[in-house]
Design a protein around this ligand. Structure first.
Ligand code: GGG
Length: 345
């Protein structure tokens, strides 16, 4: 069985970090006995400049037919690329885990949180209008989208530490955020063994810095989730180690949380770990969906190799190390070999 992965390298540091993830994934899947075929497609600022479209039809279709998509960051065209892909393919869950890791300097220890961000509506719907001397954006919240993301979060919490923090601003936005919160409360009644609390987004922003260990699953809407996930990433060591998954009922797209970092592009110093960890999430999701243990095993190898490498000091300058981007894949591949050989002893 061969799986097709659409690869969107994107802009800035994308063409440097995506190849690291591709070669590490290739190494792990070769060992576990499964073949992935990677096909690259243009997307982002460069695609707009060279082809006249940030998300060419060929790329849009490839994401629709691939078994999964691995995407790098895009520059100023995020709205036309990632936000559009999320909506076209109904990738309604944005999963952003944040975990302290050995070897990575963090603001707190023992943090293990997952943000479950609604990924298709809210202000991200993109309904913006200009009026004379004013501008308006519409915040869209539906019962269907709020219920399904809440169910996803509570189901996830069942498999973790059984705690959900519902983050909203229902005191100021009782209609839109109020609906989101009411749906989450309704969903909670399907999961009596999961405890939950409500937290206003401003209080959540503070608590993430003051007491990040108190969070397990954070359930929130689109824009709040985008903002809080950058904050949480910083608490555990920065955007360089922050992976993300965009998941729907049929498709998955995996990308680092960070942007395209044009200031360091082309210098071989970009941190590829967030992309490598996103690729591990991709293998895990694919393994579950395809019921193929070889993919799940490859996911574990990739994730463990990243954790061990960081512990051993294999780090780019942003994490206090001296490794070049292009050196990291060799290091991770060697660790994967070690893990594989040890596992077979
Ligand atoms: N702040 C990190 C960053 O620039 N991320 C890319 C981004 O904004 N993507 C759009 C999104 O996730 O909503």
């Amino acid at each position: 069985m061969m799986y097709k992965i659409a690869v969107l390298e994107g802009d800035g540091i994308g063409p440097e970090i995506i190849p690291v993830a591709v070669s590490v994934v290739t190494k792990a899947t070769e060992l576990t006995g499964v073949t992935l075929e990677f096909e690259r497609y243009p997307a982002g600022d460069r695609a707009l400049e060279e082809l006249g479209e940030a998300l060419p039809r060929e790329t849009l279709e490839a994401v629709g037919t691939a078994d999964a998509t691995l995407k790098g960051p895009v520059g100023e065209t995020a709205k036309d690329v990632i936000v559009r892909l999320r909506q076209v393919y109904d990738l309604y869950v944005n999963l952003r885990p944040a975990k302290t890791m050995p070897g990575v300097k963090a603001l707190a220890s023992n943090v293990d949180v997952v943000i479950v961000r609604e990924n298709t509506e809210d202000l991200y719907k993109g309904y913006e209008f200009e009026l004379p001397g004013a501008a308006i954006a519409l915040k869209v919240v539906t019962e269907v989208a709020s219920m399904r993301i809440a169910e996803f979060a509570f189901n996830l919490a069942e498999r973790r530490r059984k705690h959900v923090t519902i983050v909203h601003k229902g005191n100021v936005l009782p209609v839109t955020d109020g609906l989101f919160a009411r749906c989450a409360h309704r969903s909670s009644s399907n999961h009596p063994d999961v405890a939950y609390r409500d937290m206003y987004v401003d209080a959540a922003a503070m608590a993430i810095v003051r007491n990040p260990e108190s969070f397990d699953v954070i359930l929130t809407s689109n824009l709040y989730g985008d903002i809080l996930s950058d904050e949480l990433a910083q608490v555990v060591g920065g955007l360089g180690v922050a992976p993300a998954a965009n998941i729907g009922d049929e498709r998955g797209l995996f990308e680092p949380v960070h942007g395209s970092a044009p200031d360091i592009a082309g210098r071989d110093i970009a941190n590829p770990y967030a992309t490598v960890l996103s690729a591990a999430m991709m293998l895990d999701w694919l393994g579950d969906g395809k019921n193929d243990e070889r993919l799940s095993k490859a996911s574990m190898l990739v994730e463990k190799s990243a954790v061990i490498a960081l512990e051993r000091g294999v780090k780019t300058p942003d994490l206090g190390g001296h490794h070049r981007t292009s050196q990291i894949s060799k290091e991770l591949e060697a660790i994967i070999d070690e893990l594989w050989t040890r596992g077979r002893d």
